[in-house]
Each structure stands twice: as C-alpha cells, then as structure tokens.
Design a protein around this ligand. Structure first.
Ligand SMILES: C[S@@+](CC[C@H](N)C(=O)[O-])C[C@H]1O[C@@H](n2cnc3c(N)ncnc32)[C@H](O)[C@@H]1O
Length: 230
C-alpha cells in the first residue's frame, strides 16, 4: 500500500512569520522548523514554578506578582524544547540557555540536556544584573547563560572577539518585561556566533529582546511567546 505524502507546509502558510512578534506555544514553533536551519537558538524559559515551589534562598517571601503571572514550563517541557533545538540547529551552531541560581546550584540544568546528547556545553556566562535582588543569604543579582554547541565542536569562532568577558555586568530594561535579558551581551554573542542573514530562533521571546538584536545585526528572527506580544 502506498501512503500519500503531503508536502510540508511552510511557516507562512501556517500563520507563522519571520522578524515579528507572535503569540503561540514554543513547542509548536520548534516542531514546525526544518532540521539544521538555525544558526542560534536562544532559550529563556520560565522556571518560576520550580523556584516558587522550592522558595530557593528566599523562604517565606512572596514573589513579585508580575513574575508569578507569567506562564511557567516544567523541566520536562524544557528538555523537549532543547531536543528540538538540537534538531533545528545547523552543525557547529549554538544554543544559548538562560538558567538561574537554583538550576545551576542543584545541577538541574544538566538534566535539561537528557534528550539532546549531541549538544555539548562549551561555555558559561555570568550576568550581573546590577540591581539589588532578594535572598535570605546572598542577595541574588545573577543569572547564568549556558552555551552549548552542536558538533562539530570548535572554539575557532570565538577568536574574533577575544575581549568578551564571561562575567557580564549590564542592567536590562525591566520596563519591557520582568525577565528582559541584557541587550549588549546578546548583541555581542549574536554577532560572534552567527553571520548576517542567518536565522536566530527564540521560542520564549518575552520582550523580544532577541528580535531587537536581530534587527540591529541583520539576522533573520523567528520567535514567539505564549503571552500576547507587547
Ligand atoms: C524568562 S521570559 C523571557 C524573557 C526574554 N528573554 C526577554 O529578554 O524579554 C520567559 C517567557 O516564556 C514565556 N512562556 C512560558 N511558557 C511558554 C510556552 N509554552 N511557549 C512560549 N512561551 C512561553 C513566558 O510568557 C515568558 O514571557
């Protein structure tokens, strides 16, 4: 018996568009991408479910309501997104994964790579948010950026920006989003790790900081957020 194969529909036919803000689920966006098309995937999921549950380093305090309202993702869902990231990345290209102190201190970020054995963690950046945070012990003003590469693994591309510092102080514009990420750091990494015209994917785009960086650096952008675009 022959099975009729239907042609795979392009994102534009599905109402998915490049270089803009759109409301949809991260997994739907990632699943519709062809393999090996992206030069970079930026993944900044909402881990707050875990953080709220564990009250890590901040026992007894209420979290800010703006953060609590954002939809969260389980670690299993994030691991499935990373599996998709591995699939859609071109060989030699990079995943940028934001993790918080809880994920890192408990080494939970490693389990997020359970379905993406080919992605090798090659770099870790520390972001100093330059604003006082909360915390019963150390006051939390840091987040971390894990950078993983799809084989072939090589550090050659980093030679173009020898001055990039892995401990990065930068205030982000929190009027845009409670979790807006540092624009200058992202710009530097996009310039370093991708080329003009290449595709950068951000399926949990929040304030669309990645879209703004892509416009500035002339990269193609594909991204979405579950929440209505700003
Ligand atoms: C940490 S924020 C991203 C912030 C962003 N990097 C920025 O610079 O503004 C995470 C975002 O993921 C979104 N989100 C949560 N679950 C999602 C899902 N299943 N699909 C798409 N977006 C989701 C939330 O609405 C939130 O805006």
């Amino acid at each position: 018996m022959t099975v009729a194969r239907t042609a795979r529909r392009q994102p534009s036919q599905l109402g998915i568009a490049y270089d803009c803000r759109q409301q949809m689920s991260a997994m739907n966006l990632m699943r519709w991408l062809q393999p090996c098309v992206a030069a970079m995937v930026v993944l900044d999921p909402q881990y707050r479910g875990v953080l709220d549950k564990m009250q890590y380093g901040n026992e007894g305090k209420q979290r800010e309501t703006s953060r609590a309202k954002l939809p969260t993702m389980s670690e299993y869902q994030i691991a499935l997104l990373i599996e998709q990231a591995e699939r859609v990345l071109k060989p030699g290209s990079h995943l940028l994964l934001w993790v918080d102190k809880f994920m890192l201190a408990e080494a939970r970020h490693l389990a997020l790579f359970a379905y993406a054995a080919d992605l090798k963690r090659v770099e870790l950046f520390h972001w100093n948010k330059l604003r006082p945070g909360m915390g019963q012990r150390g006051r939390c003003r840091s987040e971390y950026l894990v950078i993983a590469q799809k084989p072939p693994i090589s550090a050659k591309v980093w030679r173009a920006d020898r001055r990039i510092d892995d401990s990065w102080p930068e205030a982000s514009d929190r009027s845009l989003h409670p979790h807006a990420k540092p624009h200058q750091l992202l710009t530097r990494l996009v310039r370093l790790l991708t080329k003009q015209g290449e595709l950068v994917v951000d399926p949990c785009a929040g304030s669309y900081s990645t879209l703004e960086v892509c416009k500035l650096t002339r990269r193609k952008f594909l991204g979405c957020d579950l929440v209505t675009p700003l």
